[in-house]
Write a protein that binds this ligand. Structure first.
Ligand SMILES: Cc1ncc(COP(=O)(O)O)c(C=O)c1O
Length: 394
């Protein structure tokens, strides 16, 4: 099978897949190469006759993958951050008068920073809802709602705790109360089955370079009702070029300028890889890797685990007696184990779990193996033992 051959010779044990997945499926690399080998093609914009119309093909693939449509309501952006900025600022522009917005302590800075900037500029007032048992409940959100609330922005999956939020009841309640709901699906898309057809969300954000196996620089969002959000970007679309106002038609309404065609091709191939491999098979493998890793770390001396039951393949921990960045550096340099250390762009989560000092995060993907998990656990044990010895001799 074309996607089965991966570089198994690499000595690298890459456990930073929540930041960006590596390696990419061979089919993704080949699709990007194919995309660049032939002239780029998209009706109206470019004329590479005989080439694949990747934007249309990828929109169709996304629509089928997320069980949502029509395909033209899937918009391409640079990444999840770009999508969240377009949606949050676009919604504020549409509402036009100051209102109350709600977000959560679980958020990534790609949600917290645009909302904070708007709060500081006086466009919104903001409530940040706490999490309990690593998730945010509908009850907690209800508590924060007031008559002026018009927007809730919330992550679907935490990039530190690996917890998945139950967005359906929240979406249903907010929809009934005419509150726009933006869901940040950066961590869940590709990891778990996400079917949006009967969940009344305002918009769902995804990124290409994480579990959807695309390359960096491509992301997007799905918006069932495009009229809910004003556009904040105008430019060339290859259509209706005589008029000086940006076209209203979807998807051009939210897409100005030349597309990232190789990125879109990679996303298209990444989704095909997931479908060919099977979403359930991917989930099963990730769950296995995650549980094995947690089992290895659980009784280990000097290890504090911050999430023992994640829904996503993300495990956050601390090693007593050594700074997280230093531990990550040693793991990388001495053992070829690549983790991520620090605050993971989610400062409010860290205020809750580790007094804001940050932690080490190991995150897995379909291409990791149980042997790698065992080797990584061995390396962590050695670093923890050495830190423990250091404490005792100091
Ligand atoms: C929960 C969450 N939201 C948003 C982002 C931002 O994603 P991107 O780098 O694609 O903008 C990330 C990336 O780590 C994330 O984990």
């Amino acid at each position: 099978m074309e996607y089965a051959q991966q570089d198994t010779q690499s000595p690298l044990i890459y456990l930073n897949n929540a930041a960006t997945t590596w390696p990419k499926p061979v089919g993704v690399l080949e699709e990007v190469a194919d995309c660049l080998r032939l002239p780029l093609y998209e009706p109206g914009r470019t004329t590479g006759d005989g080439s694949t119309d990747y934007p249309s093909a990828a929109r169709e693939a996304l629509s089928a993958f997320f069980h949502a449509g029509p395909p033209e309501h899937f918009i391409f952006t640079q990444n999840a951050t770009d999508s969240l900025n377009l949606l949050i600022h676009g919604f504020v522009k549409k509402i036009h008068v100051p209102f109350h917005a709600i977000t959560t302590e679980l958020e990534h800075n790609s949600v917290l920073r645009p909302l904070t900037a708007l709060e500081q500029g006086g466009a919104i007032t903001l409530s940040v809802v706490p999490f309990t048992d690593n998730t945010v409940s509908l009850a907690a959100i209800k508590k924060a709602i007031c008559p002026e609330t018009r927007l809730v922005v919330m992550t679907h999956g935490s990039n530190v705790l690996g917890s998945v939020q139950d967005i359906r009841p929240i979406a249903e309640y907010l929809h009934t109360n005419d509150i726009f709901f933006i869901v940040d699906g950066a961590q869940t898309s590709g990891h778990i089955r996400v079917e949006l057809s009967d969940i009344p969300i305002g918009a769902f954000v995804f990124t290409g370079h994480k579990a959807l196996f695309g390359i960096p620089g491509i992301g997007g969002f799905f918006i069932p009702d495009p009229d809910a959000v004003a556009i904040i970007r105008q430019g060339g679309t290859g259509t209706d070029s005589r008029t000086l106002t940006h076209p209203f038609e979807m998807p051009m309404r939210f897409e100005a300028g030349t597309h990232n065609y190789p990125g879109i091709a990679s996303l298209y191939a990444g989704i095909r890889f997931i479908i060919t491999t099977g979403q359930e098979a991917i989930e099963r493998k990730n769950t296995n890797l995650t549980r094995s890793f947690i089992r290895e770390l659980k009784g280990m001396r000097g290890i504090t685990l911050y999430n023992e039951n994640p829904d996503l393949p993300v495990v956050s921990f601390d090693i007593t007696g050594i700074d997280n960045n230093e531990a990550g550096f040693i793991l990388a340099r001495a053992y070829n184990v690549i983790t991520r250390t620090g605050l993971h762009c989610a400062p409010l989560v860290h205020e809750r779990i580790d007094s804001g000092k940050g932690c080490i995060r190991a995150s897995f993907s379909f291409f990791n193996t149980i042997e790698q998990i065992e080797m990584a656990a061995h390396a962590i044990r050695e670093v923890a033992l050495s830190a423990d010895t250091q404490i005792r001799t100091d």
